[in-house]
Design a protein around this ligand. Structure first.
Ligand SMILES: [Zn+2]
Length: 217
C-alpha cells in the first residue's frame, strides 16, 4: 500500500505500521526491516525511522543493537494478569472520581469517542480493529484524566496497556461486548453516579479479562 506524500506523512506512516502490528500482519517477534517498509510504503527512510522510534516508545517494537527492529513479542500470561490486576486497582476508583468531577464538555468528548467506536464496530476489518484499540485506549485515558490524579493517569498512559491487550486477539466479540459495557460506564458518569461508575468500570475490566483469556489456550 503506497502512501501519498502530504503534510501528514509521518502520521500516516506511523498509522500504517501501527495497523500492521495491531492486526498481527506483522507477527509478534518478527523482524522489521526499514528497507522492506521503504519499498512497501513507497516513502523514504526518515518517516519510517521516526515511526519505529515512536512505536518503540509505545512498546510495540523493540530495537536490538546490530540486529535492528522487530515486533515486540506478545505479552506473557503473567504480564496479562498483572495488567488487569493493576487496572482493577485503579480504574474503578478513577471512574468513581470522574463521576464526581465530570463536566458537560468532557462528557460530550467521552460520548463522541464511544460513538466513533460504535461506528467502527459495524465495519469489522483489521484496520477498524486497530482504530478500535486506539479509541478504547482514549476512552479509558479520558476517564482517568477527568479523575484528576496525574500520577495515576501518567502511569497508565505510559504502560499502553490497551495496545498490548488488543494485540492478543483479533476478534469481533472483543469489540461488540465492550461497547455495551462502555454504555453502562457512560450512563453512570452522565448521571454523576459515583458508585455506579465504579461498579460499571470494575465489571468492564473483569469481563475484558475473561474475553481475552482464550488467547492463552
Ligand atoms: Zn474499554
Amino acid at each position: 500500500m503506497a502512501i501519498h506524500r502530504h503534510r501528514g506523512l509521518s502520521e500516516d506512516v506511523y498509522g500504517a505500521i501501527f495497523n500492521k502490528l495491531m492486526s498481527l500482519e506483522i507477527s509478534p517477534g518478527a523482524r522489521i526491516t526499514v528497507d522492506g517498509l521503504v519499498r512497501e510504503l513507497d516513502v523514504s527512510q526518515t518517516p519510517i525511522r521516526e515511526a519505529l522510534g515512536r512505536l518503540e516508545g509505545e512498546g510495540l517494537v523493540v530495537k536490538t543493537h546490530l540486529v535492528g527492529y522487530s515486533a515486540s513479542p506478545q505479552i506473557t500470561r503473567r504480564r496479562f494478569d498483572e495488567i488487569y490486576e493493576l487496572r482493577l486497582l485503579v480504574e474503578p476508583n478513577g471512574a468513581g472520581r470522574a463521576a464526581q468531577r465530570i463536566g458537560d464538555e468532557q462528557m460530550g468528548l467521552l460520548k463522541d469517542t464511544a460513538e466513533q467506536m460504535l461506528k467502527l464496530d459495524s465495519i469489522r476489518d483489521r484496520l477498524s480493529y486497530s482504530r478500535f484499540a486506539r479509541l478504547d485506549a482514549e476512552f479509558h485515558d479520558k476517564i482517568m484524566e477527568i479523575a484528576g490524579n496525574e500520577v495515576i493517569h501518567d502511569m497508565l498512559a505510559h504502560l499502553h496497556t490497551h495496545f498490548h491487550i488488543f494485540r492478543l486477539m483479533f476478534h469481533a466479540r472483543v469489540t461488540e461486548e465492550a461497547l455495551t459495557e462502555h454504555a453502562s460506564i457512560l450512563a453512570a458518569l452522565s448521571s454523576r453516579d459515583e458508585l455506579g461508575a465504579e461498579r460499571a468500570m470494575c465489571d468492564h475490566i473483569e469481563r475484558s479479562h475473561q474475553r481475552l483469556l482464550p488467547a492463552f489456550v
